[in-house]
Design a protein around this ligand. Structure first.
Ligand code: 3H9
Length: 692
């Protein structure tokens, strides 16, 4: 075995040269790997004894892509495209032996090889689009040649990987290796040598792309199918264009076309935001005082209190991860309804072919419904998801304290209330925390872990491990009203409500926010969630638009009308002149002078206070880092990932601009607009949130 670089070794086994790469954690294709591959192939080509080469990786995966940490810096040669050209043109067969995730530049490397074998658990994909890029080392030209433009369009533009079985069916790989990968790859390569298989250079396979030539509908139909999913993103269209080039241009020209698009995307703001976000998601949940090796408890059994929308969704998360749940309700009718909704959700999934009928039964069998709180006594974690009322929650926690076993973790799913006050009802404050799921809890990936004052490190580490197990992105936040997400969100809500009284109408506000990149504006969102959330007939005084709408029975989408009207069976909001007039009359009644409000002002008034509140949250140490807030906004509130998140966006706009805007609004509307001292400080020092 000879070291070629610090990450690549060359081992000769009879007639086969193995290039063995070891660049933890994910074998990213950094400069030492690129150099090692280029030199290794050259050495193997020059060695007369060698008849073929295998490229294989140590550790958990085949190359997971280019090294993203090198992006934005001057690239050292050989760049990946040059390495792949060396592999492609090698006159001896080169075989890629794949395990783990052959992603991005990793799959492009495999595509430049002449044969590909993989273990059955391997996944192959080109996820560059999720970084605001396109595959920039020949992926857009080779993949369509190998599997056809239709399938390549999907893989490249949506960025989702395929498993080994599908890859085999699509001719993306040549063989699935059972058992040891090295042994299997060597055996495969011995056959290639013994039977003198001709080299299969993907760059020269033109049959599938030629078949698509003169069929522009392949591309126009595909564009139509992704319009909604990719609204606002620049990279998907570039991906479609590049695949188009594979059909219409010779390979080398296609490569140049791909390169130009890649360079353009790489220098754009969307890719910068999406790369930032990639690392933000990987940093979240890493806490300075909770080292990686902090011991955590095993969660084998859970209990959820309350079978309503939240409780049901939370239950599904555990069951999906194979953790049995005791689901507690106060009446049989509520319990039956809750279990019925869970079953229906699973059956809908099954009807779409994403789960078998057997799976539905298996998951349902993991849920035990009960009317007795005592039945949670053997649970390792109990999550309370009842009505948002402090007295009720306190009573439940006090009872849980005497019912639950010694080490059991007690969590509340409250979205606003003080966890410390709830924890104080127990004799085990070290085991009490908030687990704030977002609705619908079985769908939304975000989980705020609310760090109560006396929580132990073990319990915190356990909740982080549990979040991973149930596939949530967990952000640890401190205790305050609304925690991080809702506290920031309420700022936007307040301004949206003010704006419609001052002269804008819901449709104008919604359009500005939608055009910014959110999936919907604040009023469509209110209609969707239900305007009656937190409203009661008994206490309603008709003193806000919300109360008036509720008093009219306009609860939003579910009742067929709210801020907008809805046709039966449709979710599309229709402007309602009656409501516009109602708002105008209401302003008059309140002596609020209406006037034209510009789109620019709407945007600033809806977004700047989110940033300002985020800065206060950081000052108060409610969140660990600005990027954690961005993760919350992208995953919990629909912030467009190509704008990074509110804190990243603020840096992009310039904190001095934001500060100036806050001061301008402070003069007009008073101290709710007072700039956070952190923003003033960062501007004074010429810094941004990135320097926090
Ligand atoms: C590309 O290839 C461009 C080419 O087309 C053209 C070039 C010219 N680079 O996610 P994890 C780090 S673009 C650098 O927690 P998992 C990650 O930050 C690339 N670092 O593990 C983390 O570090 P830390 C296309 C990377 O098991 C650690 O590895 N490829 C890279 O949950 C573990 O990561 C992609 O977009 C990278 N490429 O998931 C694939 N990847 O421990 C991106 C990871 O310090 N990667 N790290 O926090 C992934 O999707 C997942 O990381 C993977 C593993 C599925 C591989």
């Amino acid at each position: 075995m000879a070291a070629i670089t610090e990450t690549v070794e060359l081992e000769i086994r009879k007639e086969i040269a193995l290039l063995i790469v070891d660049n933890p954690p994910v074998n990213a294709l950094g400069i030492s790997v690129r150099r090692g591959l280029a030199d290794g192939i050259q050495k193997a080509a020059d060695d007369e004894k060698v008849k073929a080469v295998i490229i294989i990786c140590k550790g958990r995966t085949f190359f997971a892509g280019a090294d993203i940490r090198e992006f934005g810096k001057p690239l050292e040669e050989p760049v990946l495209g040059q390495v792949l050209e060396i592999i492609d043109s090698c006159r001896k067969p080169v075989v890629a032996a794949i395990h783990g995730t052959a992603f991005g530049g990793g799959l492009e490397t495999a595509l430049a090889c002449h044969f590909r074998v993989a273990v059955s658990s391997a996944r192959l994909g080109l996820p560059e689009v999720k970084l605001g890029l396109l595959p920039g080392a020949g992926g857009t030209q080779r993949l369509p040649r190998l599997i056809g433009p239709e399938k390549a369009l999907k893989m490249i533009t949506l960025g989702n990987p395929v498993g080994a079985e599908e890859a085999l069916q699509n001719s993306l790989i040549d063989k699935i290796i059972e058992g040891d990968l090295t042994a299997g790859a060597v055996k495969f390569t011995e056959t290639v040598i013994a039977e003198a298989w001709p080299l299969r250079r993907v760059s020269g396979m033109n049959e599938k792309v030629e078949a698509a030539r003169g069929k522009p509908e392949i591309f126009s139909d595909f564009r139509k199918s992704i319009v909604r999913k990719t609204r606002g993103f620049e990279a998907p269209e570039a991906c479609v264009k590049a695949v188009g080039a594979s059909v219409n241009l010779p390979f080398d020209e296609g490569l140049r076309y791909e390169r130009d698009l890649f360079v353009k995307l790489m220098s754009g703001s969307q890719s910068a935001a999406q790369q930032y976000y990639f690392f933000a998601e990987r940093q979240v949940g890493k806490l300075p005082d909770i080292p990686k090796d902090t011991p955590y408890l095993d969660i084998g059994k859970a209990a959820v209190i309350g079978a309503g929308t939240m409780g049901g969704g939370i239950t599904m998360n555990f069951v999906n991860a194979g953790i049995p749940v005791t689901l507690v309700e106060t009446g049989q009718e509520f319990l039956d309804r809750g279990l019925g909704v869970i079953r229906k959700n699973y059956e809908i999934t099954a009807s779409k072919g994403k789960m078998s009928a057997e799976d539905v039964e298996k998951r349902m069998s993991l849920i035990t419904g009960t009317l007795s709180l005592e039945d949670v006594s053997d649970a390792d974690i109990v999550i309370e998801a009842v009505f948002e009322n402090m007295d009720i929650k306190k009573e439940i926690f006090s009872r849980l304290d005497s019912i639950c076993k010694k080490d059991a973790i007690l969590a509340s799913n409250t979205s606003y209330l003080d966890i410390n006050e709830i924890a104080a009802m127990t004799s085990r404050q070290e085991s009490v925390l908030g687990l704030h799921f977002f609705s619908p809890a079985n769908v939304m990936r975000l989980l705020e872990i609310v760090r109560a004052e006396k929580i132990s490190k073990t319990v915190l580490a356990t909740s982080l491990a549990l979040a991973r197990k149930i596939k949530k992105i967990a952000v640890v936040v401190g205790v305050c009203h609304g925690f991080a997400g809702n506290r920031m969100f309420s700022q936007r809500g307040r301004e949206a409500d003010n704006l419609i009284l001052e002269g804008a109408l819901p449709s104008q506000v919604d359009k500005v926010i939608f055009d910014f990149g959110f999936p919907m504006g604040p009023f469509v969102l209110k209609d969707l969630i239900g305007i009656d959330l937190g409203w009661s007939k008994e206490t309603s005084t008709g003193s806000t638009i919300k109360e008036i709408l509720c008093e009219m029975g306009r609860f939003g989408l579910k009742s067929g009308s709210g801020y907008y009207r809805y046709e039966k069976g449709s979710r599309a909001p229709i402007n309602d002149p009656e409501i516009d007039q109602l708002i105008v009359d209401f302003s008059e009644k309140k002596n609020i002078k209406r006037g034209e409000v510009s789109d620019e002002e709407i945007l600033q008034r809806c977004i700047y206070p989110i940033v300002n509140e985020g800065a206060k949250i950081l000052e108060e140490k409610i969140a660990v880092r600005p990027s954690d807030l961005d993760v919350i906004w992208v995953n919990g509130y629909g912030w467009p990932v190509y704008l990074g998140g509110p804190m990243f966006w603020a840096d992009m706009v310039g904190l001095d601009t934001i500060l100036e805007g806050l001061k301008k609004f402070q003069e007009r509307f008073g101290d709710v607009w007072k700039p956070a001292p952190l923003i003033e400080k960062l501007v004074r020092e010429g810094k941004g949130f990135k320097d926090f």
